[in-house]
Ligand binder design. Sequence first.
Ligand code: NAD
Length: 484
Amino acid sequence: MATGTPVRPHMLINGKLVEASDGKTFPVYNPATRAISAHVPEASIDDTNAAVAAAKAAFPAWSAMGGAKRAGYLKKLAALLRENKEELARLDSIAMGVPVATHHYALTAAANFDHYSEAWTTVQGQASVNTPGLVTMTLRQPYGVVALIIPWNAPCHFLGSKAAPALITGNTVVLKSSEKAPLAVARIAELVSEAGFPPGVFNIISGHGVPSGQILSRHMDVRALSFTGSSRTGKLIQEEAARTNLKKVILELGGKSPALVFEDANLEKTVEQTQFSIQVNSGQVCMANSRIYVQKSIASKFIEAFKTKFAGARAGNPLDKETNHGPQADEIQYRNVLKYIEEGKKSGTLALGGNGKLESTNGFFIEPTVFLDTPETSRITKEEVFGPVVIINTFETEAEAIAKANDTEFGLYAAVYTRDVSRAMRVAKALESGYVGINCTSPLTGIDLPFGGYKSSGQGREGWLYSMNNFLETKSIIMQIDEA
Ligand code: NAD
């Protein structure tokens, strides 16, 4: 197994591992040490267009190949991902700081490639029985060139959950990694090459949102685009799509997820789970429960236990197996989180943490931070912080809890903790959220359930029973039968 850092990672365009055509690179730093990790190719406009052209040229043969044969390539890639899981964890870690001990994303990517390599047989059409004189059918057909734009917080996972269903359904792909975490994805580009995918079927480029992401969003030959990232970027992509060819756009966006804790909840379990939700990946998780609403009667008990647990996060070198609390992904994220913490100190009551550790650690570490009594209208309560920062506020009645939980532009994941089954279901039905956990919270999800956001958290759903639909057009065919 190769272990060296790809000092000059490559892009995969038309089956060739290449540098940027104009030789441009951008640096990626290890956020735990600020040492340089790699110089990464910055895809130019020409490179992006070349990747789309290669995908377009590869589409006829790939789509005609049939699912069983396509599945063979996906299976090979799944095996290679598993073989290289430790290296992929290390590469993500030295790019965006995830502790290797918590990095399971190469395995989830592999699971996606394995799953879809079997699932293609479930793609079927329909026939109507309500059309006298006609024989009818629907065909499910691939779009053609599909663009996939992924974020930095779990790159391997998003590569797998998007590319596998797009490829197995006969589309060809151009995937753009995030500028903050391109290293594991660049290594996967080598594995795609090793798996022997025909040239142009699966292209992988690296670079910033502009130019490469923007070019993909407005490209006339890209027929569908699946994006995971911030709501701000999602809106820009939607605008570009609307201005150009109205490509199909699937958006998985940000969150400000609430957890509602009623007085009859199992306190120990609730503290354990809600703390993990906001601590894992240093709070850089779209569905992290960043707002916790606790019933007043148990608030002080809950807050004390939560603080103790949260303060126990083990910050340190993310390559060390003992570490479970890494730095923020880069300086931009670090400064952004600190800005919100300063705002929180003015609007609420700081109960834990509140400090950046750059001076003492030389890395972009932020202490687990808790704010109490923060006004519902404050920026730190309303906006996505994307750090280990939680708001804990209180409520007295069920109606008040629901109103506070729903008073947000986001709607990705919500949780309710109570032993009262009727209340749990009442609240679950009332929450404006694409996912609701009852006596559990994020990141727990069911792999074959639809995942996606209400409101500004996105449009469309992903999941093992859903994602292939995102990459298939539906055509109705009718045939008139001559009367005997
Ligand atoms: P981001 O929007 O800054 O970047 C995401 C991707 O979009 C990157 O590859 C980036 O280069 C690209 N991009 C940036 N500007 C672009 C443009 N103008 N046109 C096209 N592409 C562009 O998001 P991020 O900081 O990488 O990720 C964090 C965000 O992602 C958070 O808001 C988080 O909640 C969200 N997220 C959502 C989910 C989900 O499933 N709903 C999962 C993970 C992360």
